[in-house]
Write a protein that binds this ligand. Structure first.
Ligand code: NAP
Length: 365
């Protein structure tokens, strides 16, 4: 099977590096283009990037020349782009690329809440992908934009999904403790973060309060009707390298038993698991029994960074249930989530020139 050629926009940043790492040995996709800003363009990737991940820069891309993220530079080399651009750049570059025929899988917030743009997590709302055809018709684009949510939202919505289906959510209170890598590279300075908690992340609480309602909303043919529960969010930056922790209290239509909640989380499987997509973890939610887990240092790489890890499920005296949640922000919360979206659409026939190998069963353990 020949692989689908892909490009990475913002390839030198915190999320771009994860894309490079996760795609280096991907069974369906092959990196052929790396794009970044003017300051990196024209340089070899290995020399231009300040690599912050575990293991070395993959050999296959070290000598690749970085280009600019424009249709002119990218045309002819690939049709699928993974975007890790800052939102202000994504706002004007991504539509230009979709208009030029590229399928853009974006991590940026710029288009997440647009009515005709899917905000997608394959285990949560795969049916929302149908918005793509509407978007193409309305905007006269041969290509399209698909977004994945804010990193904290991704983990939260992944856990709310089966609980909302079973018990109908009414209220969510979430307090996040977000890792340094969530601010990109170089991000928050060492002097500001070490020995400290910063109780404000610009724009984060609004995203956490709005995006899950779109994700868990009903697809109504040509738009999404947002889910009707209320969310209150507090976002904090903490001195952790990778992995966002979230403490969550939930109120439902009726109070469920703790054992029922645990059982529903443990047994939940989504479409990516049924389709055995290469990046799908066998268990999208892992529930830990120990009182002092999950912890970022110990648990963030479960399911190769693609699982949402839950612990301390217990009764809440204010609402009904409370729990602790952990997710890897640059893997499930960014690059890995975006790759899973592309795998889903590839399997659903959105790339007519590419037929994924249906025998591949590479699910992350
Ligand atoms: P980052 O570390 O600051 O990286 C930004 C990247 O964009 C760099 O590769 C930079 O290239 C490139 N860039 C900047 N201006 C550009 C331009 N005009 N044209 C082309 N490339 C340009 O940021 P990040 O943390 O990776 O975040 C990337 C996106 O993902 C953001 O929209 C962010 O909100 C979103 N996101 C991040 C996370 C996370 O955990 N970090 C999670 C979810 C979503 P140079 O190196 O050449 O400057």
């Amino acid at each position: 099977m020949s692989k689908l050629k892909v490009g990475i926009l913002g390839a030198t940043g915190a999320v771009g590096q994860r894309f490079v790492q996760l795609l280096a040995d991907h069974p369906w996709f092959e990196i052929v283009a790396l794009a970044a800003s003017e300051q990196s363009a024209g340089r070899k990737y290995g020399a231009a990037v300040h690599w912050v991940l575990e293991r070395d820069v993959p050999a296959a891309v070290r000598e690749q020349e970085i280009i600019r993220a424009t249709p002119e530079q990218l045309r002819g080399c690939c049709s699928l782009l993974f975007s890790a651009l800052p939102a202000d750049q994504a706002r004007f570059l991504e539509p230009e690329l979709a208009a030029a025929g590229f399928a853009v899988f974006s991590n940026a917030s710029a288009y997440r809440m647009e009515e005709d743009v899917p905000l997608l997590i394959p285990e949560v709302n795969p049916e929302h992908a149908a918005l793509i055809r509407m978007q193409q018709a309305k905007r006269h684009w041969p290509g399209f934009i698909v977004t994945n949510p804010n990193c904290s939202t991704t983990h939260l919505a992944g856990v709310l999904k089966p609980l909302h289906d079973a018990f109908h959510l009414r209220k969510v209170l979430v307090v996040t403790m977000q890792a340094a890598s969530g601010a990109g590279y170089p991000g928050v300075s060492f002097m500001d973060l070490l020995d400290n908690v910063v109780p404000y992340i610009p724009g984060e609480e609004q995203k956490l309060e709005s995006e899950p309602r779109k994700l868990l909303g009903q697809f109504a043919g040509d738009h999404i009707v947002p889910a009707d529960f209320i969310i209150s969010a507090h976002a904090n930056r903490v001195a952790v390298r990778d992995g966002h922790t979230e403490v969550v209290s939930l109120e439902f239509q009726h109070r469920p038993a703790v054992a029922e909640v645990v059982d529903i989380l443990r047994t939940f499987r989504g479409l990516p698991q049924r389709l055995q997509l290469p990046t799908a973890p066998p268990r999208p939610i892992i529930v830990l029994a120990e009182n002092d887990r999950p912890q970022p240092l110990r648990d963030r790489m479960r399911g190769r960074g693609m699982a949402n890890i839950v612990g301390r499920v217990r009764e809440c005296p204010l609402f009904h249930i409370k729990l602790v949640l952990l997710g890897h922000n640059t893997i499930r919360g960014a690059a890995g989530g975006s790759i899973l979206n592309a795998e889903l659409l590839a399997r659903q026939g959105y790339f007519p020139d590419f037929t994924p190998d249906s025998d591949y069963t590479g699910a992350a353990s």
